[in-house]
Design a protein around this ligand. Structure first.
Ligand code: BEZ
Length: 207
């Protein structure tokens, strides 16, 4: 059975060939990183995602977050796809795409379903913090594209939470008020308990 990584696990290191040269995951320590798998090169949903990610790359850079794509396709397939996208759509894929023909990375991360009829990876994304810890994971079916806005939002929300003193509500975006974390000891609970909404307070609220 493939091992599926969970939040809090250390991201397994790997060394692999990519469209931007050899990559070792450990080289990305000290930065936020989104490592994401895609089912196959030259497919419509993946093309839409990669074009949107390339256009948003400066926004990931601005929040100190690198991008690494990985699929079971060979490096030469990746080169051909990059070239076709550049020629056909005028977009340069400006992040590394790793080859994983031996499925070593896919299996280590659980990107490949045990029940899949082929070896293509699922559409999984691993949000890895500067210490190399997996902080969020999403998995979509091959038929549904990810939202690049949501990918950016997840990284920004993790960074906001790491600043301390807050958790992020539904639909939070940078600049929006965050929520005060729930009390974790009886003293902090007692300080708030006279308010019927003691469990739901935004930062900066008076009570
Ligand atoms: C796609 O990216 O369009 C795709 C890939 C695999 C199966 C179905 C769709």
């Amino acid at each position: 059975m493939a091992h599926s990584l969970q939040i809090g696990d250390a991201a397994p290191n790997f060394q692999a060939r990519s469209t931007q040269g050899n990559i070792s995951l450990s080289d990305f320590r000290g930065k936020w990183l989104v490592l994401f798998s895609h089912p196959a090169d030259f497919t419509p949903v993946c093309t839409s995602e990669f074009v949107a990610l390339a256009k948003a790359k400066d926004r990931f850079d601005a929040i100190g977050c690198a991008l690494i794509a990985v699929s079971v396709d060979s490096l030469y397939s990746h080169f051909g796809w990059i070239s076709a996208i550049r020629e056909g759509l005028g977009v340069s894929l400006n992040f590394p795409i790793v080859e994983d023909p031996s499925l070593v990375i896919g299996r280590a991360y659980g990107m490949i379903s045990d029940r899949s009829q082929d070896a293509s990876a699922m559409r999984s994304s691993y949000y890895i913090d500067p210490e190399g810890i997996i902080r969020a994971v999403t998995t979509y079916p091959a038929t549904i594209g990810r939202s690049v806005e949501e990918m950016l939002r997840i990284v920004a929300a993790l960074q906001r939470v790491d600043q301390g003193g807050a958790v992020t509500p539904e639909g939070w975006h940078p600049g929006d008020p965050a929520l005060i974390p729930p009390p974790l000891d009886v003293q902090s609970f007692a300080e708030r308990a006279s308010d019927p909404l003691w469990f739901y307070k935004f930062e900066g609220s008076s009570k």
